[in-house]
Design a protein around this ligand. Structure first.
Ligand code: NAP
Length: 266
């Protein structure tokens, strides 16, 4: 199969490209950074439409991500995440390319953040353009270079203490698990919305403790932190029944996802 990754410099896009190339697929990816070798220049804001190669599937990874960045400029977030993304997908779909849109559990949070709102609007528009499209809602993705975990890991290797929040929760998904899940959805010729998550949620403190427990002499290095503004903030838990039915397996434990991430660092 031939793939196009829109947003090849994104954390997920970079690792997706490497994974697909490693299993001998043809992959093209885009960048909005000047002079990047082997990449197609593409800025979603650019009025000139992308001249894309002939591919079977396009992954949409480019977006204004992060709550703060979306809060800082609602107009820009809406323009890029909704209007330009919809326009791009419309063109891809007209050219018979299957769209796989990377979305987030933030679309289920209440109250809805600007980030969640823009992602939800894009989801709706893409499904209206073609109900053959795939929307992959994922929780926090542990890319191999996930900065927070990478810094924790580095500090623990040096036996330095780390601080982790006990009142912030997440359901981490390891990048390879996410990619394999998407490839399975494609392979089974499925369409519509799929929710990918580990279960149950854990706090960042529990995650750090778990990481420390896998390393020698590190158990006492985790410092419990709390943030009164968070007050036991839960993450939006997603129902993964549809995906579990496809795999005939339950959602993985977050600790298994963290183990996979640790294994990849060695
Ligand atoms: N990472 C996660 O944990 C996670 C969880 C749930 C869902 N998702 C979704 O998965 C997708 C990828 O996430 P990510 O964390 O890998 O993203 P990311 O690292 O934040 O990267 C976003 C990418 O979008 C590009 N971009 C921004 N504005 C653009 C524009 N006008 N034209 C073209 N490209 C533009 C950026 O380019 P530059 O690098 O040049 O700035 C960047 O490479 C996003 O849609 C996100 O909502 C991610």
């Amino acid at each position: 199969m031939k793939f196009l990754i829109i947003g090849g410099d994104s954390e997920i896009g970079r690792e997706l490209e490497k994974y697909l190339l490693d299993i001998n697929h043809t992959v093209y990816s885009t960048t909005k950074r000047p002079y990047t070798e082997n990449k197609i220049f593409y800025d979603l804001l650019d009025p000139i439409n992308i001249e894309h190669p002939e591919v079977d599937v396009a992954f949409i990874c480019a977006a204004i991500t992060g709550y703060d960045k979306c809060d800082a400029d609602f107009g820009l977030a809406k323009e890029i995440n909704v209007n330009c993304t919809t326009e791009l997908c419309s063109k891809l779909i007209r050219n018979n390319i299957k769209v796989v849109y990377l979305s987030t559990n933030a679309v289920l949070e209440t109250p809805l953040s600007i980030y969640g709102y823009t992602k939800a609007r894009a989801e709706k528009n893409i499904l209206e353009l073609s109900n053959d499209s795939i929307i992959v809602r994922t929780t926090k993705v542990l890319t191999k270079g996930f900065p927070l975990f990478y810094n924790w890991y580095k500090d623990l290797v040096r036996h330095e203490p780390i601080k982790a929040l006990a009142d912030l929760y997440f359901c981490p998904v390891y990048i390879d698990y996410l990619i394999k899940s998407i490839l399975l959805i494609l392979d089974k010729k499925e369409k519509g919305i799929f929710q990918i998550s580990s279960y149950p949620s854990i706090s960042y403190y529990e995650a750090a403790q778990h990481m420390a427990n896998t390393m020698p002499r590190s158990q006492n290095l985790i410092m419990r932190q709390t943030n009164p503004c968070l007050s036991e903030q839960e993450t939006a838990i997603m129902n993964t029944d549809r995906f579990e039915k496809l795999t005939e397996l339950p959602a993985p434990s977050p600790f298994v996802m963290i183990n996979e991430w640790i294994k990849a660092q060695k």
